[in-house]
Design a protein. Structure first.
Length: 229
């Protein structure tokens, strides 16, 4: 005789409440782990992206400063105050912590440039009008204001922890083809100092407080300068 009970399908037995709770708990733990891992990956990627962005930004303005200093015909010595203005902003800078210099143009005149830090931002200033530099005169004696345009080159600079230093031109010797001689008893803060190069240590907060060093050397200093002490 055929056993009909064995042929009939067994009734489906569902999950118990405790099994459902355990399953939900396990799934929640797995989802939480995946979510935390994804967040860590996103945070790491975002941080690396910002670091790369800041590194690229710092490289750009480092190259900009060094290339402009290379063409400088005159670099202002330390301790000189200059007022800068644009159509929308104005700045008062001091060459103790800002760089100011003149670059010769095709017409024989000179364009004033400056690199400076203000409010944690790194700017480049370019004068709108040329400067006429007469032979055997010192620009620093009558240069205190310039009107022009600014460009933002970098951000997140810790200005209080940046240092700027200057070096004299071959012990302050005159190397111009027309003028000969030396100017004695001067240092980089003297008004008649012939500055040849600059070294600027700049701290960037988003680069793990990295110190970036900008070294700029002019190939044209000096052009015209007084030859007596």
């Amino acid at each position: 005789m055929i056993n009909i009970k064995k042929l009939l399908p067994k009734p489906y037995k569902g999950f118990s409440l405790s099994e459902i709770i355990i399953t939900c708990f396990v799934m929640a733990v797995i989802m939480l782990s995946i979510s935390e891992f994804s967040w860590n990956v996103f945070a790491f990627s975002s941080k690396n992206s910002k670091v790369l962005e800041m590194t690229d930004q710092s490289r750009i303005f480092t190259e900009r400063v060094t290339s402009q200093i290379l063409m400088a015909s005159y670099i202002f010595p330390s301790g000189i105050e200059i007022y800068l203005s644009t159509d929308s902003k104005s700045f008062s800078i001091n060459t103790d912590d800002s760089i100011a210099f003149l670059v010769g143009d095709a017409s024989g005149d000179y364009i004033f440039y400056s690199f400076f830090i203000s409010g944690g931002d790194f700017y480049e200033f370019r004068a709108k009008y040329p400067y006429t530099w007469a032979e055997n005169t010192n620009p620093v004696n009558d240069f205190s204001y310039s009107y022009g345009v600014i460009s933002l080159l970098g951000t997140d600079v810790v200005s209080s922890e940046c240092t700027l230093s200057y070096s004299l031109n071959y012990e302050n010797g005159i190397t111009d083809k027309v003028l000969l001689g030396t100017i004695g008893a001067v240092d980089t803060t003297a008004s008649n100092a012939l500055i040849k190069s600059v070294e600027w240590d700049i701290k960037i907060s988003k680069l793990n407080d990295k110190i970036m060093t900008i070294k700029g050397v002019s190939r044209n200093v000096p052009r015209y300068i007084q030859s007596s002490s």
